[in-house]
Design a protein around this ligand. Structure first.
Ligand SMILES: [Zn+2]
Length: 148
């Protein structure tokens, strides 16, 4: 996939997540409706890549669905993983992950394979519905988000 088509797909995903239908999305982006339909099909067909950002400001600014950022896990092997909601709503969340262990803490935490480029988390990740997001639930496996 080229940069341009990735950017287009991101825009289309975001508009659809905001409740635009196919025709309105075509209108808003200036893309032919057939092309929007194709992007929707492509987005549904394949799992979503968890793109790694090394700069959290760039991650937020670009808002690519599913993009991830990890803080330095340090000696304890515990990191904060920031991610953009895979649904395309643009919401940014932070969860605590531990390398090959589930950190003991008051809030929820996840076991992480320690990879930033091909991360796998256990258990599944749930984004509760709220004013921004309609809700998303799925797995992060080998660097891809998969809906449950
Ligand atoms: Zn969402």
């Amino acid at each position: 996939m080229t940069e341009t088509s990735a950017a287009r797909e991101m825009t289309v995903r975001r508009l659809l997540a905001q409740g635009f239908d196919q025709a309105e999305t075509a209108d808003a982006t200036g893309l032919p409706e057939g092309q929007v339909a194709q992007l929707v099909q492509e987005a549904k067909a394949g799992p979503l890549r968890a793109l790694l950002y090394l700069d959290r400001r760039a991650q937020r600014a670009e808002g690519h669905p599913g993009a991830v950022f990890f803080t330095d896990p340090g000696d304890g092997g515990v990191s904060a993983m920031w991610f953009i909601c895979p649904c395309g709503c643009g919401q940014v969340s932070r969860i605590t992950v531990g390398i090959e262990h589930k950190p003991h803490m008051a809030g929820p935490s996840w076991k992480w394979n320690g990879s930033t480029t091909e991360p796998t988390l256990h258990p599944s990740v749930k984004q509760a519905s709220n004013g921004v997001c309609k809700g998303w639930h799925g797995w992060l496996r080998d660097g891809y988000w998969e809906v449950c």
